[in-house]
Design a protein around this ligand. Sequence first.
Ligand code: PLP
Length: 443
Amino acid sequence: MSHVFHRHLQHTYPVAVRGDGAYIIDQQGKRYLDASGGAAVSCLGHSDAAVIAAVQQQVSQLAYAHTSFFTTEPMEQLADFLIERAPAGMESVYFVSGGSEAVEAALKLARQYFVEIGQPQRRHLIARRQSYHGNTLGALATGGNAWRRQQFEPILMNVSHVSPCYAYREQQPGESEGDFVARLVRELEDEILRLGADQVMAFVAEPVVGATLGAVTALPGYFQGIREVCDRYGVLLILDEVMCGMGRTGSLFAAEQEGISADLITIAKGLGAGYQPIGATLVSKQIYQAIASGSGFFQHGHTYIGHATACATALAVQHQIEQRNLLPQVRQLGNSLMARLRQRFAEHPFIGDIRGRGLFQGLEIVQDRSSKAAFDPSLKVNARLKKAAMANGLMCYPMGGTVDGRTGDHILLAPPFILQDSQLDELVDKLALACDQVFAELP
Ligand code: PLP
């Protein structure tokens, strides 16, 4: 019996022993095409020689130095790299070990900023329904995913949730895209006014929604509208790019494609590509300077912030992406993947929507395409799909199981940026096979 506390306590997992490009190989020698990058992490695949060399080099030189004693070259260089390429107005980077920690840091930075500038009454947070921002308690409270929150609800801080820009289900029949966007922007404004215009601290959103909705992109104009409303009421905009950032959608920051900047941006996953755990919060000049010229101390911290090996690894990952010009490849492979998914699934009776950007794509599964009715969550369609795909040697990221009846199951795809064209066929073939197997056995 395993003494590891696995998330699914009753489940037995294959033992992963080796990585080979886009594949993970288990103890039996079976190869799994990693079409989800784990959880949208492994953007360079599993055996990048340059990154492995960078990890080894940094560990042998200096693995770790606590940031209350030292700074390190990899941390300084990684911060410079990110700020040079970040959306306008970003000034500095706070390094942590993952996405939830990046979100927690963003929330506390937002709060401390208002304390520093003499607006301590600003304490309300607004996010969106069906969102996910992490599993630590602050990040979980921020997220609006009913299933993840359910049993923890009584111990979560109070956060308002407005509608997501999820056209497939939230846009009303007969409502134009422009009217839908205007309605959502107005909803945020109304919520700010309801809470008190000078009481709201920040609005949090993912530019492209990953885990909870499956690669849902916003409609044109949505984020510009959101930015304007935030500015009108002095509310900070926190963009959570933990999943969609670091090249996943074809630009280093997903916000670039929305034509906006933010006050705080969280990143993780693709930053270190899984070779080391690392996340970061990018901080605007305005927030940085308020704290620097105020108390001069951010009241936060973790043991592993700015971990030297993690920073050196992430720097090597980002250099690889840039030197090998992988972002245009993400856009081009993304277009090919979307075309193949459409070719295979556009008429599929149980696939209601195919969407996404770059190598971040999703398929929404429905029981009935015209009514968009979802399968009963008790059928666990997404878990069955994951199991069938794994049996076929494919890793994909099916999710669902929502308890609010607002969405059904979906499959998220986030393959490595180094994928070969022939592997796109393998991906789509194996996915189609898993779908056929699962849909054939449903009642
Ligand atoms: N924010 C978003 C948008 C995410 O998708 C995730 C994880 O999936 C997180 C935050 C939490 O990141 P982590 O699991 O690294 O704590």
